[in-house]
Design a protein around this ligand. Structure first.
Ligand SMILES: NC(=O)C1=CN([C@@H]2O[C@H](COP(=O)(O)OP(=O)(O)OC[C@H]3O[C@@H](n4cnc5c(N)ncnc54)[C@H](O)[C@@H]3O)[C@@H](O)[C@H]2O)C=CC1
Ligand SMILES: O=C1[C@@H](O)[C@H](O)[C@@H](O)[C@H](O)[C@H]1O
Length: 341
């Protein structure tokens, strides 16, 4: 366990650069061995000062670089399938940012490739499972004190969306987190989705259906509603309230310090996910490094990533058609044993 795990990071943009900093300065047991980004200047900037990292414009070259033992994929979603399959072919353990792939067909190919190998290689980057508040809520629901969960009311707001963000991406990029969180919290698959279109905010870029109101049905008969609003302008806010038979529990109101003075009260509101979920990303990457060094793979599975892609795809079709859309999952391979209620 003395040697540091050599990690190749694919993609040195917003998330990739943050994970490179995290691997270099926050988590223990790992080092950045290589980075790949078609934008070489961005890759060089992300590893400035990290003497051990080689820089590549091609992902394959980074996987083959000296000292690479594991891969962190932080390239855009459409590049994930190729990177995952290349890592699997080399037997390299992977932490792959969400989404597994944006399309269900690609996600199924990745699922089948891992299942064919007969052992897990990839952890999917659904970091909310490592957030202290989400973990507290999960523990409370699992211990049964509140009775059976009936509904989840979720809220997901971003200050602004990146350029080129589409109406579909509100679901397959942003709501993908609620899809995974709901499946995990409830221990149930999502079976159908309906998307309602509130009036569009004047703060939304031309042509973007923002906000949206998404309703999921679960196999156990619970309902999950999600307000997704990615150009709210005022803060990064993620909340979830579980309403159960014998009580309710809500997370996401934690503002740190609340100041009261002169007849008013105020608190800082985080402006983006890198602040709100900083601890969750740190725990996620540390857990991945620790498990990899033990020769294990833990955390969200490729099945979880596949299910999220299928549900999100049904959500995008529901947005387009305006009708309730059923979710159809492929049979679950034995490799991904079912857990939860
Ligand atoms: N877990 C979370 O909360 C978040 C996850 N993400 C996910 O992280 C991934 C990256 O998102 P961002 O960093 O925001 O995007 P970004 O656009 O800031 O960066 C992506 C980088 O990947 C590079 N790239 C493009 N094709 C590549 C390839 N084939 N191989 C290697 N690099 C390639 C681009 O040049 C760019 O530098 C996405 O999957 C996104 O969904 C993004 C934001 C938050
Ligand atoms: O994953 C993320 C982004 O890709 C997505 O675009 C944002 O809406 C989410 O808040 C963030 O966590």
């Amino acid at each position: 366990m003395a040697d540091l795990l050599g990690v190749a990071v694919l993609g040195a943009g917003h998330m990739g650069a943050d994970h490179i900093r995290r691997l270099d300065r926050v988590v223990s047991g790992a080092r950045v061995a290589a980075v790949a980004d078609p934008d070489a200047a961005r890759a060089r900037e992300a590893v400035a000062g990290i003497g051990t990292a080689t820089v590549h414009t091609d992902a394959q070259a980074a996987l083959e670089a000296p000292g690479v033992e594991a891969v962190l994929i932080a390239s855009p979603g459409p590049a994930h399938e190729e990177a995952l399959l290349a890592a699997f072919a080399r037997g390299l353990p992977v932490l792959c940012e969400k989404p597994l792939t944006p399309d269900p067909a690609g996600a199924l190919r990745v699922l089948e490739a891992e299942a064919r190998r007969g052992r897990r290689l990839a952890q999917i980057g659904f970091m909310r499972r490592y957030d202290a508040e989400y973990r507290g809520l999960k523990a409370l629901l699992d211990d049964g004190r509140l009775g059976r969960p009936l509904m989840l009311h979720c809220m997901h707001r971003n200050v602004s969306s990146p350029p080129d963000f589409t109406s579909a991406m509100l679901i397959d990029s942003s709501v993908s987190h609620e899809i995974d969180a709901a499946r995990w919290l409830l221990g149930q698959e999502l079976t159908a989705v309906t998307v309602l279109r509130p009036r569009v905010s004047s703060g939304a870029p031309q042509g973007l259906q923002d906000p949206q109101f998404v309703v999921f049905e679960t196999e156990g008969g619970a309902l999950v509603d999600v307000e997704i609003f990615v150009n709210c302008g005022f803060g990064y806010q993620v909340r979830c309230e579980a309403v159960c038979e014998a009580g309710s529990a809500r997370i996401g109101d934690d503002h740190g310090m609340l100041v009261t003075a002169r007849g008013a009260a105020w608190a800082d509101v985080p402006q983006d996910y890198l602040v709100r979920f900083a601890d969750a990303y740190d725990r996620e990457v540390q857990a991945w490094v620790d498990a990899t060094r033990r020769g294990e793979v833990t955390g969200p599975t490729v099945w979880d990533g596949y299910a999220a892609s299928v549900v999100a795809d049904a959500g995008v079709r529901a947005l387009e058609s305006g009708t309730r859309t059923a979710v159809e999952l492929a049979p679950r391979p034995d490799l991904y044993a079912r857990t939860g209620r």
